[in-house]
Structure formats: C-alpha cells, structure tokens
Design a protein around this ligand. Structure first.
Ligand code: DX5
Ligand code: ZN
Length: 216
C-alpha cells in the first residue's frame, strides 16, 4: 500500500469540505494543501484561513502543507496554528534554511523540504537528517494538470539510497503529473507518498482513483 495525498488544488472549491471528505473516505491518508503566493510561483491559491476552516471541520485529517512561497519562515506559526500537520517548504525560497526548519519544529509541526525540477537533489543532502519528509517536484510548481518529468525518478532513487545508507527516517513524496501511468514508476523508484490532483479530482470516479493509487 502507498500513502496517497490528494492535491486539493484540483478540487471544486465551492464544495471543498465534501471533496476532502470524499478522498479521506476512499483511503487517502493525507490532504495535500498547495499554498501559492503569486511570487515564488506565478499563481495564487489559498492560505491560512481556508486551512483553518478545513481543520475545524476535519480535525483528524493529516494536512500535508506545501508552501510555494518566498518567505515560509514568517508563516510557520500561522499555518501551524491553523492546523498544518506537516509544513513543507522549498530549498529555493529566500529565507535561511536552518532557521526555517527550526521555526517549523518550534511550532510542533513535522517538517518537509522540496526541490523544483531544476535543482540538483544533492543540495538537500545536508538537511536530510532533520526532515520528516522530502518532496520531489516532478513538474514546475505553480499549476496542476502538467506532464510528469521523468528526471524526478533519478532524484527519488538518489534519496532512497541516501536514506538507506544513512539510516534516515524521512518519507519520500513526489508531486506533479502523478497518475495511473507514472505512479508505478515513482513507487518503484522509492516514493512512499504520492501527491495527485487532476488524476484524482479529474477522474470520473475520484474515490476509485484514490483506491487504485493506494493499492500500488
Ligand atoms: C503544483 C502543485 C501540485 C499540483 C499537482 O504546483 O504543487 O501539488 O496540484 O497537480 P497534478 O497532480 O494535477 O499534477
Ligand atoms: Zn504540491
């Protein structure tokens, strides 16, 4: 079984609560919450207040928050208080990396780090022993519904090898263009957690799509 974290960026925001419940009922273990600031990425999504409402309605869900924002450090407290279970930020952000990790941990949140497709995976090496999760982007962040970039598979393999060699505990997650065709390749390359947006919410039967991915 593989952990599925549906990207609710592809949900219908007019019925966001119901769309979250549906994937949780289908067996999704996390909700992937894509925060975009219109600066780090050329798109704007949702922020603290929406997370707060979801958490109030579904307090037991695991909120896998993906911060595609230039300054994650100053928002760690607000997202943690709103209900984030894990705060995942980009190595390419403008904040001090160690200070941002520390700020997230100080809030009692799990901490994850992410890299864009153009960033060498080895640049994460120094931080790996402090992380609960590492997210490999398999599209340029900013939009759902893009095509999977196979170069992510080499990064997953490198991270899995490092994890085993160093005896580390982080979960390995992949995000972008993950669907029935690409998900098996990601799992074979070492992914523990699959993020999928359009492949779930764009499916005729989203619950069946969650179950099919989770069965990998
Ligand atoms: C992209 C986001 C992804 C996106 C995934 O910037 O980080 O989480 O919503 O969407 P799909 O699965 O449609 O590629
Ligand atoms: Zn994401």
């Amino acid at each position: 079984m593989t952990t599925i974290s549906p990207s609710i960026l592809s949900a219908d925001f007019s019925k966001l609560g119901a769309d979250c419940r549906m994937v949780l009922d289908a067996g999704a273990k996390m909700l992937h919450y894509d925060v975009m600031d219109g600066h780090f990425v050329p798109n704007i999504s949702f922020g603290v207040p929406v997370l707060k409402s979801l958490h109030k309605a579904m307090p037991d869900a695991f909120y896998d928050v993906h911060l595609m924002i230039t300054h994650p450090q100053q928002y760690a407290e607000a997202f943690a208080k709103a209900g984030a279970s894990l705060l995942n930020f980009h190595l390419e952000c403008d904040d001090d990396i160690q200070e941002t990790i520390d700020a997230i941990k100080a809030q009692g949140c799990k901490v994850g780090m992410t890299i864009k497709p153009g960033t060498p995976v080895e640049e994460l090496g120094y931080y790996l022993d402090q992380l609960d999760l590492v997210l490999v982007m398999s599209v340029e962040p900013g939009f759902g519904g893009q095509k999977f970039m196979p170069s992510a598979l080499d990064k997953l393999r490198w991270l899995k090898t490092e994890k085993e060699r160093r005896g580390l505990r982080f979960l390995l997650e992949v995000d972008g263009g993950v669907d029935a065709a690409t998900a098996p390749q990601c799992v074979a390359a070492g992914a523990d957690v699959l993020v999928a947006g359009s492949a779930i919410y764009g499916a005729a039967d989203p619950a069946a799509a969650v179950r099919a991915l989770a069965a990998l």
